[in-house]
Ligand binder design. Structure first.
Ligand code: THU
Length: 160
């Protein structure tokens, strides 16, 4: 028997001002996308902006449904849209911002498990890691250099 450890690393930025211009612009685009979210049930709006290697930006926001499980998270709306529009291009960065209309979200909001799995698929497909920046409405921003930092022991096609 052997006890092993998985470690993850991330960077925390105290505010948008600490981000470089390219990433700050991408986060501001995610915030704009967030404002168009359709989240009448949770009142929790999420926006995502994806930067591709061809410099195109693809956005998404959460889309809810009266039949709750039929809704979709912002990250998956964005990544499936990028996959649909630019199937040959690779994703370099995803920026995510969340805001609640019930309370102020001051902590960074990480993508949910299903979104992590969806992002992992694209990271494996393109064989290049995807940088992910996520924040709430205010406060700090967390950056990971790869989806793998958020999802160790992920399931992928090599198991099939
Ligand atoms: N949501 C996202 O858009 N992304 C996540 O990673 C977590 C949750 C959305 C789904 C739902 O519309 C609302 O936030 C509350 O869960």
């Amino acid at each position: 028997m052997k006890k092993l450890q998985v470690t993850t690393s991330y960077t925390r930025y105290e505010s948008l001002d600490e981000l470089d211009n390219k990433v700050r612009e991408l986060m501001l685009t995610a915030i704009e996308a967030r404002k168009k979210a359709y989240a009448p049930y949770s009142k929790f709006n999420v926006g995502a902006a994806i930067l591709l290697d061809n410099k195109q930006i693809v956005t998404g926001n959460n889309q809810e449904n009266a039949a709750f499980p039929s809704g979709l998270c912002a990250e998956r709306v964005a990544i499936y849209s990028a996959g649909a529009k630019y199937p040959e291009n690779s994703i370099q960065i995803i920026a995510i911002s969340a805001k609640s209309f019930k309370h102020t979200v001051t902590q960074p909001i990480a993508p949910c498990g299903a979104c992590r799995q969806s992002i992992a698929e694209y990271e494996n497909k393109q064989k290049n890691s995807i940088k992910i920046y996520f924040m709430g409405e205010t406060g700090s921003i967390i950056k990971v250099n790869s989806l793998k930092d958020l999802l160790p022991f992920g399931f992928d096609s090599s198991y099939l």
